[in-house]
Ligand binder design. Structure first.
Ligand SMILES: [Zn+2]
Length: 324
């Protein structure tokens, strides 16, 4: 298992953070014919699916003329994602699906603007396609989805309640009243493969998941808590198991909307399960043979391939499991 290549941790584009403070950065990138634009709407990414697989449907800014800065309606947000040797990358966050856009058709009914383009795009969520994107696209997509979700949830200043506006090339929001600057937040969450002394793996089922979906336990880190303490507290709360040694494995962003998943292997010193029944309604210890048999029989659905939970489970198994 390559912990440096987690599905959503992969990235090749330089974030070029030093360019964010320059107020001209977005406009300059937008007018550069080499710039590639990632389109995002309601958390979904514009993608191309063909025989080669799936990739981002990156567009030249010139193809998006109807959405150019001086003609955009309120609500179209641009984010500077960074640059590499070939291009700068900008995310264009469109309003929701009900938005009609600035579109028109010519006299023969041929679409002439992006409104029609938007209607023709293929959309996919990062959860569904993240693992299938190449390294560059995975990094761009994880960044754009997380940053866009933060903007959407922070229209108001937490200090005075006034409206905030995007600033620093889309990397902060500034209050229009008091000028305070607000930065995107990331919520640390621990996720752990809990193993017992016989090397069995503990998987649980949460009530809001699809039926038969089993996954590793996870939870948010609380204020004043170390990662190791969060692992031990979450396991104790959810299934009543005591954890001793805890070993860090790796991390990946999980921007739904703002988590950073920190993955651990946790060694249990007890095996009796006492479920809290609210967060976890079923939990079982599996041997490798038992889990493989349960998956093949359709009794257990593993977490999606984009997730770090899937990586933890397949690392313990020692091999990949077929299917998404
Ligand atoms: Zn304010």
């Amino acid at each position: 298992m390559d912990w440096t290549k987690l599905p959503l941790s992969r990235a090749t584009v330089d974030r070029a953070a030093h360019r964010r403070t320059d107020a001209r950065t977005l406009a300059a990138a937008w007018s550069d014919g080499r710039t590639r634009v990632l389109l995002l709407q309601e958390g979904r990414l514009a993608v191309v699916r063909d025989d080669d697989g799936v990739r981002l449907d990156l567009r030249a800014a010139g193809d998006l003329r109807g959405l150019a800065p001086d003609r955009t309606p309120d609500g179209v947000l641009r984010l500077f994602l960074g640059e590499d040797d070939t291009a700068a990358y900008v995310a264009l966050v469109l309003p929701d699906r009900a938005w009609g856009g600035p579109g028109t058709v010519d006299i023969e009914g041929v679409p002439t603007s992006t409104d029609d383009l938007v209607g023709r795009l293929t959309w996919a969520t990062l959860r569904d396609v993240g693992h299938a994107l190449d390294d560059r696209d995975a990094g761009l997509a994880a960044t754009a989805v997380g940053l866009a979700a933060w903007h959407e949830r922070h229209p108001r200043c937490p200090q005075c309640g006034s409206r905030t506006e995007p600033n620093l090339s889309g990397w902060t929001r500034r209050c229009v009243e008091d000028g305070s600057e607000h930065y995107p937040r990331t919520d640390p969450a621990v996720i752990m493969a809990v193993l017992d002394a016989d090397d069995r793996l503990l998987l649980g089922h949460a009530p809001h998941w699809p039926e038969r979906r089993f996954s590793t336990l996870a939870g948010y880190v609380e204020p004043g808590e170390s990662l190791e303490s969060a692992v031990r507290r979450e396991v104790a709360e959810e299934v009543g198991v005591v954890v001793g040694e805890v070993a860090y494995r790796g991390s990946q962003p999980w921007p739904f909307p703002a988590s950073l998943m920190l993955a651990f292997v946790a060694h249990a010193t007890t095996t009796e399960l006492r479920l809290d029944d609210e967060e976890i309604t079923d939990a079982r210890w599996f041997t490798r043979a038992e889990l493989v048999a349960a998956v093949e029989a359709g009794e257990v659905l593993l977490p999606m391939r984009t997730s770090v939970a899937r990586v933890l489970i397949e690392e313990w198994l020692g091999h990949r499991v077929a299917g998404e």
